[in-house]
Design a protein around this ligand. Sequence first.
Ligand code: SAM
Length: 229
Amino acid sequence: ALLSTVDDKTEVREYFNTEGFNRWNKIYSESDDVNSVQMDIRTGHGQTIQKILNWIAADGDIAGKTVCDCGCGVGSLAIPLAQMGAKLSASDISDSMANEAARRAKELGIENADFYTSDLESVTGKYDTVTCVDVAIHYPTEKMSEMVTHLCSLADERVIISFAPKTWYYVFLKKVGELFPGPSKTTRAYLHEEEAVRAALTKAGFKVEREEMTATNFYFSRLLEAKRV
Ligand code: SAM
């Protein structure tokens, strides 16, 4: 299990430094150079981000708070949070992703966000809020609870996490997808049992206070906000 995880991680890092970077950088932008599936994923992901921003805007107290965004990608969440006045510390296992996020932030004149390359397991420190959006899909099932526990250990107040939920329907879709692999082979994708994620949050002393589900044709993401009790 340990070896396969090392392999998974190496594979994920390499993918997001090369083809994965090109693919996802386009999805996470306004580029017209995307196919209909990628456009659908862009829409779904945009909805997840907007739901988080709506929660945070409704709370109205993010200015001056510290936020740690793990697996930040090109900064789709970290950048708007910084624009709302949060102090961002955002990292990604992929150098290409972290550099692109930093480039985008710089272009927007953002100074309250720090972007760096790191596996989320190596992230240290204490932050008011820890976010981890659509990263768990790259985590093998047996590593998921440990990952949630680590995110919780970094958070003083709140953890916001999203993952592809393991329901019979999505398991079915994934099987169908595996039977007909598209032209672009991506990395392995892992769905997660919501109960396992909730159990890890509870064990770490957190309570789920808000939840959302976002689903388009090719994108599905369960979103939980948990607060320290
Ligand atoms: N969170 C971003 C967002 O919502 O826009 C990016 C989501 S993207 C689907 C997944 C990201 O997770 C990629 O940028 C990938 O490099 C990163 N990632 C995967 N495994 C990681 C790990 N172990 N530590 C840190 N980042 C990781």
